[in-house]
Design a binder for this molecule. Structure first.
Ligand code: BEZ
Length: 392
């Protein structure tokens, strides 16, 4: 080698050396973890989708934007709470965007379509609201988890509460879809076991708000009480129409807490004094919940609701799994085992998951007082969904 070629070679080696450190550093940076949010951002459940996303992002921010040591990139799809578009929407996230995990959704019918795709593809799915009993029942799978509730849980608790309050004959009213049917089913199961009777079940198509004829039927039948499942924008309209029909004075209204959570500002005074049951409440006054509420209010200039808590806990569950595998999602059995074993320090109170991957949790009794769903007691402690049909 001549002197000049040596110099050129040495210079090149030096240049490579100079580059070597940053390249190596870059190579060690794990790829971003892609999280697909499939949530409603339009329609009657839009505010619920936003609250879930807010909650998830709050936990992520508290972890410095990383879960299991990996930076997180969020990809979003608006599912419009439309089951007919659900399979295409979830496939966009899994096949087109190649997400590592899907978080969604609110609507039970959409969630069941998502669970089928998750089961078929093996993609990790965390359901941050939809209570479809089937998701942690016959459709249960190692890669499917829920951070929220089953439709049966708060409804069953309300059936016991309504019976204890001395009601004998109750009518029910809801949207005709899985969540409405299952909520009424859970309520009826406990209410009739405790001596009550559901005299008639009324319903209307999702997401309809033409309640007038059904309210006229309730007024004519004069039941002891009504049990209703609605949520989001539809719940606001229902509560206003129920009040406008003059019913609250003679026929007390009950429901799972979705009926009054996140909507008290919009509903005005129409639900004052209403009693509901849910796995979250205002006024829990635990250090964990107080810290969460303060952080949420600071970040979003809003009070959190149950949907925000469920989003926050979906991120906590994912974080617990990823931490155990150092962010390596290819170690799926270990990741799943870590979520299964985790105790989630939720604002609602600590919980663990059932064998079917649904939270085992206290169901609170709450009463609407001004603009809050104030906790007044615990209806049932550590209530586990029966997970009928799950073979895990
Ligand atoms: C559901 O479809 O499962 C659901 C929607 C809103 C609130 C609660 C449950």
């Amino acid at each position: 080698m001549t002197r000049s070629t040596l110099t050129v070679a040495a210079a090149a080696a030096l240049a490579l050396g100079a580059l070597a450190t940053p390249l190596a550093t870059q190579a060690q940076q794990p790829a971003k973890l892609k999280v697909g949010f499939m949530l409603p951002y339009t329609g009657t459940f839009a505010a619920l989708g936003v609250a879930i996303e807010n909650g998830f992002r709050l936990h992520l921010a508290e972890q410095g934007g990383k879960l299991g040591g990996r930076e997180v990139e969020i990809v979003k799809v608006d599912d419009e709470s439309d089951p007919s578009k659900a399979t295409d929407n979830v496939n966009k996230l899994i096949k087109r965007d190649e997400v590592d995990v899907v978080v969604g959704t609110v609507h039970s019918g959409v969630a069941m379509a998502m669970a089928k795709v998750a089961k078929d593809t093996g993609t990790l799915l965390i359901v941050p609201n939809a209570g479809a009993d089937a998701v942690t029942g016959p459709m249960c799978a190692p890669n499917i988890f829920r951070s929220s509730f089953s439709n049966w849980q708060p409804a069953y608790a309300m059936g016991e509460v309504a019976a204890k309050r001395g009601h004998k004959k109750v009518m029910t009213i809801t949207w005709k879809y899985a969540a409405g049917d299952e909520s009424v089913g859970g309520f009826k199961e406990a209410f009739e076991k405790n001596g009550g009777q559901v005299t008639k079940s009324l319903n209307l198509p999702f997401p309809g708000v033409e309640f007038q004829a059904l309210l006229t039927e309730i007024a004519a039948a004069k039941p002891d009480a009504v049990y209703a499942f609605f949520s989001g924008g539809g719940a606001v309209k229902f509560l206003k129409d129920y009040a406008a029909a003059g019913l609250p004075k003679t026929v007390p209204l009950y429901g799972p807490g979705f009926l009054t959570d996140g909507i008290l500002e919009a509903a005005g005074d129409v639900s004052q004094g209403m009693v509901t049951t849910l796995h979250y409440a205002d006024g829990l006054n635990t250090p964990r919940d107080n810290a969460f509420r303060l952080a949420y209010a600071k970040a979003y200039k809003l009070q959190p609701d149950v949907f925000a808590v469920q989003g926050y806990d979906a991120a906590q569950m994912l974080g617990a799994g990823l931490k155990a595998v150092g962010g390596d999602t290819t170690k799926k059995p270990q990741l799943i085992a870590a979520i299964e074993a985790a105790q989630i320090e939720s604002p609602r109170g600590p919980f663990k998951l059932s064998k079917a991957h649904n939270p085992v949790q206290d169901i609170y009794i709450r009463k609407v007082d001004g603009k809050v769903n104030q906790v007044t007691g615990i209806a049932i402690k550590a209530l586990a969904d029966p997970a009928r049909g799950c073979r895990l």
